[in-house]
Design a protein around this ligand. Structure first.
Ligand SMILES: NC(=O)c1ccc[n+]([C@@H]2O[C@H](COP(=O)([O-])OP(=O)(O)OC[C@H]3O[C@@H](n4cnc5c(N)ncnc54)[C@H](OP(=O)(O)O)[C@@H]3O)[C@@H](O)[C@H]2O)c1
Length: 230
């Protein structure tokens, strides 16, 4: 399948899939002909995604060993012939905590937010080989306008989102380097979506993520895409 042949036939993992945005992305990807592997911590919350047609897995993505076991399970899954390989990642583990001004930025809030970065590090490292080997891989994180305009009451949040963006940009450089070393144009891309608030943007995010497979990797790799009023 050519690199820009769309998302149909690709297998996409949604990390932290049980939110409204996870449901919207699952619907859009399945409607476009992709396979979806939806991951969360709670099987009951994954049930609606299963009902839509996604494969679901319970995994604490903040646990490095659990992520390695998940990827091992996917690679051993023989239902597709020679094991499941992942062509895409939509990283949704995150959430928001804050308030109380700069002095009110608690360690407890920081640690809770930092799970999003830790999960991104774990999942992207464990699936790196899949992405580089894929004929067309696309990965995306959902960051925040707070990175460009940090507020005192959201300092923990902005700091973690800035770190996630740095990681996503490092992935982009890794994809570009892998293509260069293979002597071919890159066929994987890492993208940052920025939103101010996700509410009412879930379908726009889903469409923008699904559409990443309609553009060449070199065009979308290492880009920041603002959605809504971000
Ligand atoms: N909401 C906004 O307005 C907004 C604004 C800017 C950026 N964002 C970012 O957009 C992304 C999605 O936001 P959202 O509001 O949809 O997030 P959310 O409602 O907080 O959902 C987070 C998801 O991550 C899962 N999760 C949390 N910890 C996990 C872990 N350790 N292992 C596996 N799964 C875990 C949760 O699943 P379970 O609880 O079922 O396990 C849930 O599905 C986040 O990165 C967020 O920071 C959101």
């Amino acid at each position: 399948m050519p690199e820009t042949a769309g998302v149909a036939g690709r297998t996409v993992l949604i990390a932290g899939a049980t939110s409204t945005s996870g449901l919207a992305a699952t619907r859009a990807l399945l409607a476009a002909g992709a396979d979806v592997v939806a991951v969360g911590r709670d099987d009951a919350r994954l049930a609606p995604l299963r009902a839509l047609g996604a494969r679901t897995h319970v995994c604490d993505l903040g646990d490095e060993d659990a992520v390695a076991a998940l990827v091992d399970t996917l690679h051993r899954d023989d239902s597709g012939g020679d094991g499941t390989r992942i062509d895409g990642l939509l990283h949704l583990v995150g959430g928001w905590r804050g308030g109380g001004g700069l002095a009110g930025q608690t360690d407890a809030d920081y640690r809770a937010l930092e799970t999003g970065l830790t999960a991104l590090r774990h999942v992207s490292r464990a699936l790196w080989g899949d992405f580089v080997a894929s004929p067309a891989a696309r990965t995306a994180i959902v960051s925040s306008s707070a990175v460009a305009r940090p507020l005192a009451g959201g300092a923990n949040y902005a700091a973690v989102k800035a770190a996630e963006e740095a990681w996503a940009r490092a992935m982009a450089q890794g994809f570009e380097k892998a293509g260069r070393e293979a002597g071919e144009p890159p066929h994987a891309a890492s993208v940052i979506f920025r939103v101010r608030a996700l509410a009412s943007l879930e379908d726009a995010l889903a469409a923008a993520f699904t559409g990443l497979w309609d553009a060449e990797a070199s065009v979308v790799n290492d880009t920041v895409v603002a959605l809504g009023d971000a």
